[in-house]
Unconditional design. Sequence first.
Length: 118
Amino acid sequence: MPTHTNHKFPCPICTAPRQVKLTKKNKPYLTCDPCGVQVFVRGPAGIEEFRRLIERGNREGLFERLAGMERCYRLSCPACGCKFWIEPKLIRTSSFDGSLKGFRCPKCRDTVPWEGKP
Ligand SMILES: [Zn+2]
Ligand SMILES: [Zn+2]
């Protein structure tokens, strides 16, 4: 059975913080189920660096900040559940007064409202 650590590390794809686990040989790895990603750190130098990153991340609240950033710049479409980064080309404005209405979902093309986020 893998050992669960108290540490979290962001998934390289979706940046959501994921639990860091240890293999039987005490090597750290993390998995992200929604992305189907598994990251193994096998080399001694890599493990050393990985530990340093986790330590620094914990100390400076980097991972929380990252998660906060994700909430600001990523939207999830209520219609199809797809998550996407906001982009200028996806902006939907009101044809009435030109105000920002939201962003177009790249998948189902529904307008996802922008609720006054920064
Ligand atoms: Zn992920
Ligand atoms: Zn959608």
